[in-house]
Ligand binder design. Structure first.
Ligand code: SF4
Ligand code: SF4
Length: 373
């Protein structure tokens, strides 16, 4: 079956970032990555993506505002007819820069917070950024952009959900995304300290529901449930190679931003291949498309079209085999490994004192990359 076009082009412009989030989804070895694509390379990727049918363009990182050419990239994306979305920590979004990005045609800004207080926001990102983010939220409103506020939830901040939602409402967010941590990359390293208990999750969902009733249409709240506690696999990136095409800072094209970790797979680079060839013909994009690659229990499962066997990166990280059912699924022979992690969280065994947090920084990146080779 020939796949449809990639609707979403996610341009990860840089892995550089002033923040050091403990749940960061960037690769562990980000500090060893080769040179970033040039402006011309990015403009060509945008053109080729649009020719293929992409309509949404996400500009992320790292911190995309660290690229001096962001305005040029936004302007070209706009000229080509993309709906553009900047995903930012807020660092670097000065009033001048915001005006320039607005003039270039940026449609939408997603601003991340780590928590609702200065102490916790700054602790979890290991930077003093809380006040700055508050100012940036105002700048976003002043430019007339719809604001999506994003807060990644985990054991250390989920109990503050009432205050987090209140803060988003006060700052005038139109959308609030409360995404429970997905345990890849840095979050996987910190999993024992970050995994919440069931009681924490139930409380958080109840609080989010109450705020939905209170706020009505004023602010839409999305609560993205965690898959570890549900026993159900999710259709990762809406299906491998079906909707998302991510280009990493060095030009490697991947179906999802963590797929580069998977062994035995090669992913093409936009410096050497056209986006069309990458999408339709590369081994990397075809390997886990659809259901043909599945083995049991997925191959004969009634849910295989709904969840496509879940996440390949999660299968690799937990079961050390990217070709098996996602271990979060109760039918997976490796599900016990997920249950053990949840039970440790329930028993309160996973404390920060016992499992010190590993912050995402260049020093830790080099240390962890060296120890895994
Ligand atoms: S998750 Fe945090 S450290 Fe990682 S790119 Fe985003 S802001 Fe930077
Ligand atoms: S066995 Fe595979 S296809 Fe079936 S529900 Fe689990 S992950 Fe999904």
């Amino acid at each position: 079956m020939t796949p449809g076009p990639p609707l979403w082009l996610l341009a990860e412009l840089t892995y550089r970032c002033p923040l050091h989030c403990v749940f960061c989804y960037n690769p562990i070895d980000f500090a060893n990555q080769p040179e970033e694509l040039s402006t011309d390379d990015w403009l060509r990727v945008l053109r080729e993506g649009r020719e293929l049918g992409a309509v949404q363009c996400g500009l992320s990182g790292g911190e995309p505002l660290l690229r001096d050419d962001l305005e040029v990239i936004v302007a070209e994306a706009r000229r080509l007819g993309y709906y553009t979305n900047l995903l930012t920590s807020g660092v670097g979004l000065t009033v001048e820069r915001a005006r320039a990005l607005k003039a270039a045609g940026l449609d939408h800004v997603q601003l991340s917070f780590q928590d609702s207080t200065r102490e916790m926001n700054d602790f979890l990102s290991h930077t003093k950024t809380f006040e700055l983010k508050n100012r940036v939220a105002q700048t976003i409103k002043d430019q007339g952009w719809p604001m999506v506020m994003n807060v990644v939830l985990h054991r250390l901040n989920i109990d503050h959900i009432d205050r987090i939602i209140g803060m988003a409402a006060e700052l005038g967010a139109e959308y609030l995304e409360l995404a429970n941590t997905q345990y890849y990359s840095w979050a996987f390293k910190n999993r024992d300290a970050l995994l919440p208990t069931r009681a924490q999750l139930q409380h958080a969902e109840a609080v989010a529901d109450a705020w939905r009733v209170k706020l009505g249409d004023r602010m839409r709240i999305f609560f993205v449930a965690p898959d570890y506690h549900e026993g159900k696999a999710k259709k990762c990136v809406n299906g491998w190679g079906s909707m998302f095409l991510t280009v990493t800072p060095d030009g490697t094209a991947v179906p999802c931003h963590t797929a580069k970790m998977l062994p035995g797979l090669s992913f093409p680079n936009v410096r050497e291949h056209s986006v069309r060839d990458i999408w339709f013909d590369s081994e990397g994009f075809n390997r886990y498309r659809g259901t043909g690659w599945m083995k049991e229990p997925c191959a004969s499962c009634e849910h295989r079209e709904e969840d496509l066997g879940g996440c390949r990166c999660q299968a690799y990280l937990i079961a050390h085999d990217p070709t098996v059912a996602d271990p979060v699924c109760v039918k997976s022979p490796h599900h016990g490994l997920v249950q053990e992690a949840v039970q440790r969280a329930e028993a309160g065994l996973a404390t920060v004192a016992e499992h010190p947090l590993v912050f995402r920084d260049a020093k830790n990146s080099r240390r962890l990359s060296a120890s895994s080779t």
